[in-house]
Write a protein that binds this ligand. Structure first.
Ligand code: NAD
Ligand code: UFG
Length: 332
């Protein structure tokens, strides 16, 4: 198939591009490079042996998107483009709504114009808010607590209304849990700008010596060791989930929300120990106060993905840490 990946030059988009290319699809990466760089094209070619098509553009530019969809005769779109930092979304909410919500509306208008009706959307477990029960399944009530999560929920609802209004739309919202890790080549991975907000990239920089110590945000949660528990999922498993979602869409119309997680939670201290084992480096840490807005524990019920997409995560925590370390310690 001919697939357009908005935000395809970013962390999850680039790994998905690898999976899709190796599965025989042609991918077009549409990205404004606000959080990525053009060198990605060359790295993807080194991994897959095929140069992906890159189109420089903003998803809010409906005309440019329309031309791109038409020019490459796109069958389906995977919509990664957006801003994703929870804390930043509290500071600059308008930018988040403009990029994530307005950007999606622009994409949908372009798709409607050219008759492309299949869409996979990057949603987030953030839409569930504080879990009321575990594991979190798709029937769990939504309850966002920050502008970033609200943009994801707004978009999910827009997509729901659209699918209800016209049965020719085929839409899947993939609710990612905590994507981590990198492609086994060590050529692509997560490259947060500045000091990382998320646990895994922070740990990687402590192990490499770039940062002195990890602050563990709270050790008094009602979890086995008192630190936060999350459903960390290898980004290549996540990437393969997109390939399965695209395959599902070819035979099914309507709207679905589907969790992509492993179903297994690991604590912050378990992550530290696993990373030390994978890297052979110490990860010094200090217990600090809880981070406002964090929940104690969050992990997925991944049964719907297995049932509908015939997909489940296969890679281990050791794989997640080893691939992160290979990327972190490579010459990038
Ligand atoms: P990323 O920042 O690495 O990639 C996003 C890409 O989108 C970047 O290449 C950026 O340049 C591009 N982009 C941003 N705004 C754009 C615009 N207006 N027009 C065109 N391109 C634009 O992020 P990621 O981790 O790969 O996340 C991809 C998607 O998955 C995002 O929508 C994010 O909200 C969602 N998500 C990510 C996580 C996570 O922990 N990484 C968790 C849940 C959901
Ligand atoms: N943590 C630390 N120290 C750090 C960073 C994180 O102890 O320096 C802890 C947090 O308190 C939490 C756990 O590590 O207990 C995971 O934190 P992350 O920031 O890595 O991930 P979150 O679960 O808070 O949030 C992430 C994304 C959200 C997304 C959510 C679900 O940042 O955008 O996963 O997909 F919505």
């Amino acid at each position: 198939m001919e697939l357009l990946l908005t935000g395809g030059m970013g962390y999850i988009g680039s790994h998905t591009a690898v999976s899709l290319t190796l599965a025989g699809h042609r991918v077009v990466l549409y990205d404004n490079l606000v959080k990525s760089a053009e060198v990605m094209v060359e790295r993807l070619e080194r991994i897959t042996g095929i140069s992906p098509l890159f189109v420089s553009g903003d998803v809010r530019d409906t005309d440019h998107l329309t031309d791109t969809l038409r020019h490459y005769a796109i069958d389906a779109v995977i919509h990664f483009a957006g801003l994703k930092v929870v804390g930043e979304s509290l500071e600059i909410p308008l930018e988040y709504y403009a990029n994530n919500v307005q950007g999606t509306i622009s994409l949908l208008q372009a798709m409607r114009e050219v008759g492309t009706r299949s869409l996979v959307f990057s949603s987030s477990a953030n839409v569930y808010g504080e879990p009321r029960y575990l594991p979190v399944d798709e029937a769990h009530p939504t309850g966002v607590t920050n502008p970033y999560g609200r943009t994801k929920l707004h978009v999910e609802e827009i997509l729901f209304d659209l699918a209800r209004s016209d049965p020719s739309w085929r839409i899947i919202c993939l609710r990612y849990f905590n994507p981590v890790g990198a492609h086994e080549s060590g050529l692509i991975g997560e490259t947060p700008q500045g000091i990382p907000n998320n646990l895994m990239p922070y740990i990687a920089r402590v192990a490499s010596g770039e940062l002195a110590e990890l602050l563990v945000f709270g050790d008094d949660y009602p979890t086995p060791d008192g630190t936060g528990v999350r459903d960390f999922i290898h980004v290549m498993d996540l990437a393969e989930g997109h390939a399965s979602a695209v395959a599902y869409l070819t035979g099914h119309s309507g709207w679905q929300a589907i969790n992509l997680g492993t179903g297994q939670g690991y604590s912050v201290l378990e992550m530290v120990r696993a990373f030390e084992a994978a890297s052979g480096r110490p990860v010094p840490y200090r217990i600090a106060p809880r981070r406002p807005g964090d929940s104690a524990s969050c992990y997925a019920n991944p049964e719907k993905a297995l049932r509908l997409l015939d997909w489940s995560a296969r890679r281990s925590l050791a794989d997640m840490c080893a691939s992160t370390w290979a990327f972190q310690s490579g010459s990038h």
